[in-house]
Write a protein that binds this ligand. Sequence first.
Ligand code: ATP
Length: 271
Amino acid sequence: MSAQPQAPQPAAEHPLIDIRGLIKRYGATGQDAGHLALDGVDLGIHRGDFVSLIGPSGCGKTTLLRILADLETPTAGTVKVGGLSPEEARKGRLYGYIFQAPTLLDWRSALANVMLPLQVMGQPKDEARKIALERLEQVGLADAARRYPWQLSGGQQQRVSIARALALDPELLFMDEPFGALDEITRERMNQDLHELWRRSGKTAVFVTHSIAEAVFLSTRIVVMRANPGGVTRVLDVDLPDERNFETRTLPRFFELAKEVHEGLRDAYAV
Ligand SMILES: Nc1ncnc2c1ncn2[C@@H]1O[C@H](COP(=O)(O)OP(=O)(O)OP(=O)(O)O)[C@@H](O)[C@H]1O
């Protein structure tokens, strides 16, 4: 009997973001050991994941995100973003970064703000305008393209920031508590729209939040962190239906997961 040809085996997928033994110490000098912000973080984030980082104030969520984005350097350990060092990933424009405050340029319209990264990368103006309009459409703001940041609500400004982060169509989105300053209802609406955007785009997202409900609603995985020293205490898979909407927040499983995150946070606060 002749041997059956073997179907090619898919290579075991490497995490898109691979963090091993990450240590970050701030302000160490000769005598002073400084502050240990992250103490041995191991974490793999796979393509298409939406990962939320949640934990007490000072547990190193922003530090972790900033290290991924090459805005801080690790003290020890290895970090790979798309197989590259954070510096290479930044230079290769692999990610878009959304800050807690919208950080838009006041003297440029919404459209011109979104066009900026495209123009910096040398796109001709007409092409940059076309892409920027598409991005504003993606975040539901095409009608406000000509308005200036001061003519937009906080939620609208954050939508423009998201459109700007999407301008160069990066594979990764890094978001540092982007909806922290918004009222509850606007925040829920932004969560819904961000979820749909993420699902349609297939991008990989790392999202910092203080809100348990936001983390459960948006994520495929939740990383619960502790402080002093900063690190990971628990990683939860979110097994809710892929499509999330208002009903999602009423599912028994939603409450169970919220309880699990809450317990994780209680442990985190106890250390
Ligand atoms: N540039 C810095 N120099 C010295 N210490 C810093 C610096 N940045 C952050 N830290 C310290 O490192 C720790 C982690 O800070 P980080 O901002 O990453 O925490 P966080 O979890 O994002 O906090 P929050 O939820 O309050 O935003 C904190 O104790 C903070 O004071």
